[in-house]
Write a protein that binds this ligand. Structure first.
Ligand code: ATR
Length: 278
């Protein structure tokens, strides 16, 4: 008999994780199953208890439970603790251990467009929410030395900077209204905000005035697959990278933690693209 895996969140109806993981199980001839559990915030404690009783082998965690879930786990690994959020839980003989594969998944997805080793890049992150925090923490842990943050609410960017203070990285902060930021100073510019996401597809997080030749513009949005901002950057000669890779790679890392098997990334990507109609 196969194992049961899942996703907890609220809502979870539109998640692409079940089809991505279940297809990978099928293709590997594993009898496991992945199910999306819709758990309201006030039922989270009971929800985790239920997953323990059902001996669920592992689960992903999505909005709004990524931070709150940590209270109910037996252990949280170092990177997830530093990020302050968990997106993957592994059931190790009844002990629930929390990890965060968002930042590492993002970095993994970026590798196909990177021109030089990650630590040698100067990075600008737009936004300072949960996704930015995961990406910045993983990048700093993987040796990035210069990583600036630009956000509407500067206080949130300060919190991320403080959180990374034990590392060598130099982090400068800018306000989103501060149009002095010169994008041509960076090799990698990452939009982690929802600006430009469907239905507001005409919006851009920052004007694309200048592009360093060969620099990477990366947008975590995957609906649309190519945001207006990425279109503008590509027209000016940038390499562009969308959010599909991060979604696939964070799931692939979880899959590997649960099963010990590296799933086929290309197949997973195709499933997700099909779901997105791309
Ligand atoms: P996620 O988990 O996807 O990162 P989040 O934690 O809600 O989501 O963070 C969203 C980020 O996008 C925040 O940094 C937010 O800016 P604030 O810190 O000022 O709230 C930013 N963001 C979202 N919509 C925005 C908008 N219309 N203009 C500017 N910034 C926006």
């Amino acid at each position: 008999m196969g194992n049961l895996y899942g996703l907890i969140g609220h809502p979870v109806g539109h998640s692409m994780s079940p089809i991505m993981h279940n297809t990978a199980f099928l293709r590997l001839q594993l009898e496991h199953h992945y199910h999306a559990f819709d758990i309201a915030p006030q039922r989270l404690a009971d929800g985790i208890k239920a997953l323990r009783i059902l001996n669920v082998s592992g689960f992903n965690v999505t909005i709004p439970h990524k931070v709150e879930v940590m209270k109910y786990l037996d252990e949280v690994d170092q990177e997830a603790a530093l990020i302050g959020a968990v997106n993957t839980v592994v059931n190790m003989d009844g002990r629930l251990i929390g990890y965060n594969t968002d930042g590492r998944g993002y970095v993994e997805s970026l590798k196909c467009v990177l021109k030089k080793p990650l630590p040698e890049n100067k990075v600008l992150v737009i936004g300072a929410g949960g996704a930015a925090r995961a990406i910045i923490t993983s990048m700093v842990l993987q040796g990035v030395k210069e990583i600036d943050i630009i956000n509407r609410t500067i206080e949130k960017a300060k919190l991320i900077k403080e959180n990374c203070s034990q590392f060598e990285a130099k982090i400068d902060l800018y306000s989103l209204n501060d149009l002095k930021v010169d994008l041509s100073r960076y090799n990698i510019i990452i939009n982690t905000t929802s600006i430009g996401m469907y239905p507001n597809v005409e919006d851009v997080p920052l004007p694309v005035k200048s592009v360093r030749p060969g620099s990477i513009f990366s947008d975590l949005i995957y609906n649309p697959l190519q945001t207006r901002w990425l279109q503008q950057a590509e027209e000016k000669g940038a390499l562009v990278h969308n959010g599909v890779g991060m979604f696939v790679q964070q799931g692939a890392l979880a899959f590997e933690m649960w099963t010990g098997i590296k799933p086929n990334i290309e197949q997973m990507t195709n499933i997700v693209l099909k779901q997105l109609g791309g």
